[in-house]
Design a protein around this ligand. Structure first.
Ligand code: GLC
Ligand code: MG
Length: 419
């Protein structure tokens, strides 16, 4: 990725459903913990890769439903589609490789002869992925029979069973593992091999990720039987693979700590944010995440209501600093912060969260950073977003806010926006 000038410190390659995203956690607390950790301590020098079975259509749907941050690389449709960046630029080189001994029409022709196979919805049928539902009891027998037939028809395919229900047929060279191997090779050619790689998964289509040499792996506590069985049969003596005791994204954070891959304390787990020691070497993203967390906790009345708090917030801004509100009005930052006294507890007992995405800091002088990020607020079911550009100056052990400019990310529900 061009964003990083040198090798990423850590590359996380994570599955989404039931790994990064916990569909049983309506508060999304583990995802919020991970997001805060990533944006505060990793975004500036590491790579986040999402590797999902979902097609681009269903992936985008999930992004609307869950508070997910933006990955550097998105691998979709079980390792058959790779895209880069926020604008999701496809890797055409990867697609070319997948045409080897693959013919989607032959796959369709042969699979129609199996009444045990129920085709998945049209969005999930892709150029290099044909997908079905099949009952657990039939999965193995169908897989074996199909493999033989497709081989006889001159194809070289891979059949993957996931979640005790999904059956995907892909070209042999595709899959989550192969896609990761392809990326690693590409990074190696560019001289940007990640310092460490951590793969994270819960089901059958993730198994391949764990067999890529040199990577660390975490199977989240809620991993499916088929993945645990694969592990027992193929990798049980590999000390680099952990079966976490925590669910989903919390299991990923647990693995970062377990393997010593870097900071593993999410800012969301720190009770006295802003009071921490040794922030000297913290990246600007740390200050941004903490500021947003403080304002969330203030409005949820999870921190004590005191003038000292507002005074300490004001102390972090420059006396002539300007805040340009998304509506276009401009204010002196210190004066504007008086609004905080009015909104204390206005979200108490309500579903209200703030998270930031894509924190990108550029050092513009020896002590000054230009930091841009997306800031999201969740009010019950509704979410509002802003692009924020800010100038931060480092004074001894803390950052001073020199300038803040926020503009709407989306047109919806703007009236409630405060900070
Ligand atoms: C996702 C995809 C589906 C696939 C499954 C397992 O749910 O939408 O097509 O079969 O992952 O890989
Ligand atoms: Mg999964």
């Amino acid at each position: 990725m061009d964003r990083l000038k040198s090798s990423p410190r850590l590359m996380i390659v994570s599955d989404l459903d039931h790994t990064m995203v916990d569909h049983h956690d309506t508060d999304n607390s583990s995802l919020f913990r991970f997001n805060a950790l990533w944006e505060s301590s990793y975004r500036h020098d590491s790579l986040l890769v999402f590797s999902t079975g979902r097609s681009p259509t269903l992936y985008k749907q999930l992004r609307k439903q869950k508070p997910m941050i933006t990955p550097d690389i998105t691998i979709m449709s079980v390792g058959t589609e790779i895209t880069y960046g926020k604008s999701m630029v496809p890797d055409d080189g990867w697609v070319q490789l997948l045409n080897h001994k693959w013919d989607k029409n032959i796959v369709i022709e042969e699979t129609t002869k199996f009444p045990e196979l129920t085709p998945q919805v049209e969005t999930e049928q892709r150029a290099h992925k044909v997908s079905f539902y099949v009952k657990k009891d039939n999965a193995q027998q169908v897989t074996e029979a199909l493999s033989k037939i497709l081989e006889q028809r001159g194809l070289d395919v891979k059949i993957i069973y996931s979640g005790g229900v999904d059956l995907d047929i892909l070209p042999k060279g595709a899959g989550k593992g192969q896609a990761l191997a392809y990326l690693l090779k590409k990074f190696e050619t560019e001289g940007k091999l990640p310092g460490n790689t951590l793969v994270c998964g819960d089901s059958g289509n993730d198994a391949e990720l764990f067999s890529i040499s040199g990577v660390y792996g975490v199977m989240v506590s809620n991993a499916q039987e088929e993945l645990l069985q694969w592990h027992a049969e193929n990798a049980k003596d590999n000390p680099k693979i952990l079966h976490a005791s925590e669910r989903c994204a919390s299991g990923i954070i647990q693995a970062i700590g377990h393997f010593n891959l870097g900071p593993s304390l999410s800012p969301r787990d720190v009770s006295d944010i802003g009071q921490e020691q040794n922030v000297e070497n913290e990246p600007p993203g740390h200050a941004i995440v903490n500021f947003c967390l403080l304002s969330e906790k203030w409005r949820r009345a999870e921190i004590e209501n005191s003038d000292v708090f507002v005074a300490s917030l004001k102390a972090t801004s420059h006396p002539s600093g300007v805040f340009i509100h998304p509506s276009g009005t401009d204010h002196n930052i210190k004066e504007y912060l008086n609004i905080m006294t009015k909104v204390y507890g206005d979200k108490q007992g309500k579903q209200f969260r703030i998270w930031v995405d894509n924190v990108l800091a550029t050092q513009i002088s020896s002590d000054t950073w230009l930091v841009q990020f997306d800031k999201w607020e969740l009010h019950g079911e509704e979410r509002h977003g802003c692009v924020v550009t800010t100038i931060l100056r480092k004074d001894s052990d803390s950052f001073t806010v020199m300038h803040v400019h926020a503009t709407w990310l989306e047109q919806s529900g703007q009236n409630e926006w405060i900070l």
